[in-house]
Design a protein around this ligand. Structure first.
Ligand code: COA
Length: 190
């Protein structure tokens, strides 16, 4: 399944999610390398040309369902969902392409308005309702409180607390969290 096989655009609260265009990627680049954005990312500062190529390539990548989030036509964030194999025995293949890695970014000018929660919720809906995934996970630095609050608000479980398992360029080895949610948990949310 490619990005073009998925139903776009998708609503995310007040936002609209759609596949990236060259103009939208240039909009992301106006804030993507700001220190407030890169502080807790693994992939910190990005090269604009490499970023453009990677983002525009997702449209044809069946395992990458990344999208831009717009508010009244302005790109205020991004959501990403990379499909990958789960863990499983070689007899059978239910685990192939059964899991997703979730990611989200919000332009700092629009932070604190629930937009990351809306984006991540819409990406989980895509993962479970349309792609039929079994499980979605996401990782973050333990100190990135805003990020794990987003995941907890959506009902994701903290499955791992890695003690000093994550390298941060300024802080050295610090703690990391992994969150997860199953399709049945998403469907039975109150
Ligand atoms: C983390 C990020 C996605 C949050 O986006 P957002 O749109 O501000 O998030 P929301 O408004 O949906 O919700 C944020 C939650 O975190 C809380 N929060 C926001 N900023 C916070 C801060 N500095 N410290 C503690 N909590 C914070 C909010 O109160 C809310 O939690 P609550 O519902 O318990 O009140 C955004 O700041 C961002 O893009 N950061 C840079 C990239 C990044 O770190 N991405 C995640 C990588 S794992």
């Amino acid at each position: 399944m490619t990005t073009s096989d998925v139903t776009w655009p998708r609503s995310a609260g007040p936002l609209t999610l759609r596949p990236p265009t060259p103009e939208a990627v240039d909009d992301i680049l106006t804030w993507r390398n700001r220190p407030e954005v890169t502080r807790w990312l693994l992939r910190t500062t990005v090269d604009p040309d490499a970023f453009r190529t990677a983002w525009l390539g997702v449209v044809d990548d069946p395992r990458d369902q990344s999208a831009v989030a717009e508010l009244d036509g302005v790109v205020v964030g991004t959501g990403s969902l990379e499909v990958r194999d789960g863990m499983g025995q070689s007899d059978g293949d239910a685990w192939r392409g059964a899991e997703g890695d979730l990611g989200y970014l919000v332009d700092p000018a629009y932070a604190g308005r629930g937009f990351a929660t809306a984006i991540a919720g819409a990406m989980l809906d895509l993962a479970f309702s349309e792609l039929g995934l079994h499980r979605v996970t996401a990782g973050c630095f333990a100190d990135n409180v805003a990020s794990w609050r987003v995941m907890e608000r959506l009902g994701m479980r903290r499955e791992q607390h890695g003690v000093r398992d994550s390298w941060h360029a300024e802080l050295g080895w610090i703690d990391g969290y992994t969150y997860g949610i199953l399709a049945e948990e998403w469907r039975s949310r109150g």
